[in-house]
Write a protein of this length. Sequence first.
Length: 94
Amino acid sequence: MNTIKKFKFLLISILFFYTESEAFGPKYERELYIGCYSNSKIYLGPDKAKQYCLCTINKLSKRYTDKQIEIVFQKTPEEIIKATEFAAIDCEKN
C-alpha cells in the first residue's frame, strides 16, 4: 500500500472513532491526537507520527469550523477522504 493510501486509511479510522466528541475543543483535539498517534506510529515511528498528527489536526481545524467538521465526519468514508485528504497529503510532505 503506498504512503498516501496508508495516511488516508489512518485518517478515516481516526475520524470515525472520534465523531461523537466535540469538534476541535481541547478534549477533542487531545482524543484525536491520541487516536492518530497510536495508529500512525506503527507506520511512521514515534517522532514522525507526532509531527504528522499535530500537522493534520492543525490543518483540519484551520479549514473547518466545529460544525462543519461534525458534518464531514457524518459522511461516507469516500466523502470524508475527499474532504480531508488535503491535510494528509500536505502533512505527509513534512
